[in-house]
Ligand binder design. Structure first.
Ligand code: PMV
Length: 307
């Protein structure tokens, strides 16, 4: 059982305020959960392979100190199933706290494994709802975009509290995703934008609206396969995110590096302040841009195709 990483192409932060955002799954980077049977009467345990921890899932407990346990408990309650005698082992290849949706992907993989362990077909809708509940506990006031794109594993044009709109990609896009190596908690960036919004609504509201406009224009361009118009929209979106104070010198530096190396556009992706940036590239330039980003301080960079 597994789930992909994700990146946000347009609209992060503004999406929290009801503006649209566009996100796509990154299917090459995944979180996985495997199930093995355990002796009768031992109940369900979750093993986090990376953390060297094996924890019991206790249906009676109200403790919320571990997202994996909470996910498993929420799934069992939603499916009205007793804990199976099993050990679920979770492994993730998605860097944490870097805007790639590692938390939502791990929760999704665990939810799927728990459902399988109790022999119930869990729907995408149910999974999405459960993972959103977990995101809310750990990430403050998430818009729901991460869980949606990860659970459905489809490009989405997302507006908070509206039916899911899947986005058809008119022409393939080549992206380089590069990591600043600076872990950053989305909850803090989102909270700081909220404070800024409350302190200066007349200055911040237009910035949020403008990001929304960019996402709307990007949607049309993506649908029509008009990739060349996306680069400038990404740069504009990045500049507006700088105004919301969620960029960082490291992100700005990688955006500049990508542009100097011939990218069509670049921006931070996700919560910002660190984490990842993305660069849109002509396919034949992608390797060169990736190398330039690695030389300029990115701790990790890889090429992905959005189709
Ligand atoms: O989880 P991240 O870091 O990719 O950020 C999610 C995007 C935000 O718009 C910043 C927050 C949200 O809940 O939509």
């Amino acid at each position: 059982m597994n789930a992909p990483a994700k990146i946000i192409l347009f609209g992060e932060h503004a999406v929290v305020y009801g503006q649209p955002a566009i996100a796509v799954p990154v299917s090459s980077l995944r979180a996985e959960a495997t199930i093995r049977p355990a002796p009768v009467g031992t109940g369900l345990h979750i093993e986090a392979a990376d953390l060297n921890e094996v924890l019991p899932v206790d249906l009676e407990s109200d403790l919320v100190d571990n997202a994996l346990i909470l996910t498993a408990r929420t799934v069992l309650k939603a499916l009205n199933a007793p804990p199976p005698d099993a050990i679920i082992t979770v492994t993730s290849h998605i860097p944490m706290a870097s805007g790639l949706g590692s938390g939502a992907a791990v929760s999704t993989a665990v939810a799927r494994a728990v459902a399988k362990a109790v022999h119930v077909d869990i729907t995408l809708e149910q999974t999405n709802q459960i993972v959103y509940e977990i995101e809310k506990i750990y990430h403050g006031t998430p818009s729901g975009i991460d869980n949606t794109v990860i659970v459905y594993e489809q490009p989405v044009y997302f507006i908070r509290e509206q039916p899911i709109e899947k986005l058809t990609i008119g022409a393939p896009m080549t992206l380089v995703i590069a990591d600043t190596g600076e872990a950053s908690l989305t909850r803090i960036a989102v909270g700081d934008v909220r404070k800024l919004y409350e302190a200066e609504p007349e200055r911040i509201q237009p910035i949020i609206m403008e990001i929304g406009d960019i996402a709307r224009r990007a949607k049309t361009a993506i649908l029509n396969g008009n990739i060349s118009s996306l680069g400038p929209l990404m740069l504009k979106n990045h500049a507006l995110l700088q105004k919301l104070t969620v960029s960082a010198p490291s992100l700005d530096h990688l955006v500049d590096t990508a542009m100097e190396a011939g990218a069509q556009g670049a921006k931070l992706s996700g919560g910002g302040r660190g984490g990842n940036m993305i660069a849109l590239c002509a396919p034949h330039r992608a390797e060169h841009i990736k190398e330039a980003l690695l030389r300029s301080g990115a701790v990790r960079a890889f090429i992905t195709k959005v189709t």
